[in-house]
Design a binder for this molecule. Structure first.
Ligand SMILES: C[S@@+](CC[C@H](N)C(=O)[O-])C[C@H]1O[C@@H](n2cnc3c(N)ncnc32)[C@H](O)[C@@H]1O
Length: 291
């Protein structure tokens, strides 16, 4: 399988976690998403659906914890953090939401169903085709207000593609870039940020990154299995050091407003839900604004 195809397939795992969370009693869920099961392939949907039984859910969580310790809560919490930031942006009257590397995420469909915003989902052509088929099967068409935009961040012109699909770049926009930067080269990340530097004043962005010391093999954060699969397997390329994020973003006119990771997710989401789950330390979320 080519590198792009491998990256494209990583879109499934996060939504399995989100879908499984929906079978827990409401107050215990780390993330709420009534569409989570919608775009998973039939066989995966069947397996995930079996998670309504506690013993199947527990078996899946145990398996996930074994291969990626702290990954279950880490992924569910980053999605919750992003949902919270997008809800704040929509409440503040943002014009559009652009989901970069959307995978099977349901944010755009949930948003356009409840608010008067335009949503753009960007991903590799194979995932966009898959998503389009899934939306047609579910709704009969791509929902009004959602645009599906095929782009390879490494080689294509993201700005052109979005503008062609109607994005008004001068308006305040919310950008979501979740679990994508690590799959890109530094050049691909910088190319994307060069486009984001043109975003209108009042724009917001939430993105995730993998710690550079993990990618360098200096600290495994207890995640040796992930290292073996994604770093040694050359699937992940790009990482940042938390203290370097501010300067990196400022090169592109963005101001870091906050970061969240293991400890914030534990105290903000996991403990209040009464769950006893570890959160991995290799990935962090950044919230930034364009002044
Ligand atoms: C781990 S998935 C995350 C999906 C989604 N953001 C989520 O968190 O549920 C990584 C996503 O990045 C996309 N991606 C990776 N490399 C890309 C590239 N060069 N251009 C566009 N999308 C890319 C993949 O296709 C995939 O959908």
């Amino acid at each position: 399988m080519g590198k792009r195809a491998t990256a494209a397939r990583t879109a499934f795992g996060p939504m399995v976690i989100v879908a499984c969370e929906q079978y827990l009693p409401e107050p215990q869920r780390l993330i709420r998403d009534n569409l989570a099961l919608r775009f998973l392939p039939p066989a995966v949907r069947l397996l995930t659906g079996a998670c309504k039984w506690g013993f199947v859910r527990q078996a899946l969580m145990n398996k996930a914890e074994k291969s990626a310790p702290g990954g279950w809560a880490g992924i569910a919490c980053r999605k919750r953090y992003i949902d919270d930031k997008v809800s704040e942006a929509v409440a503040a009257g943002i014009d559009s939401v652009v989901v970069l590397g959307a995978g099977l995420d349901t944010l755009a469909c949930r948003l356009v169903a409840r608010a008067d915003v335009h949503a753009y989902e960007v991903d590799l052509p194979s995932n966009i085709e898959y998503k389009q088929a899934g939306m047609r099967a579910t709704y009969g068409r791509v929902p009004r207000g959602v645009a599906l935009v095929p782009v390879d961040f490494e080689t294509d012109d993201l700005g052109n593609a979005l503008v062609k699909n109607g994005l008004r770049i001068e308006k305040a926009t919310m950008f979501v870039w979740e679990a994508v930067t690590q799959y890109l080269t530094e050049e691909g990340v910088r190319k994307t940020l060069a486009f984001l530097s043109k975003a209108g004043a009042g724009s917001r962005m939430v993105f995730t990154y993998v710690r550079k010391d993990f990618l360098d093999g200096a600290d495994f954060y207890g995640a040796q299995q992930i290292y073996k699969r994604f770093v040694a397997g050359r699937v992940w390329h790009f990482g940042l050091a938390p203290e370097k994020v501010r300067a990196f973003l400022s090169e592109y006119g963005w101001t870091e407003r906050g970061q969240a990771g293991r400890s914030e997710f534990a105290s903000r989401y996991v403990e209040p839900a009464g769950r006893h789950l570890p959160v991995f330390g290799i990935e962090r979320c950044v919230y930034a604004e364009k002044l």
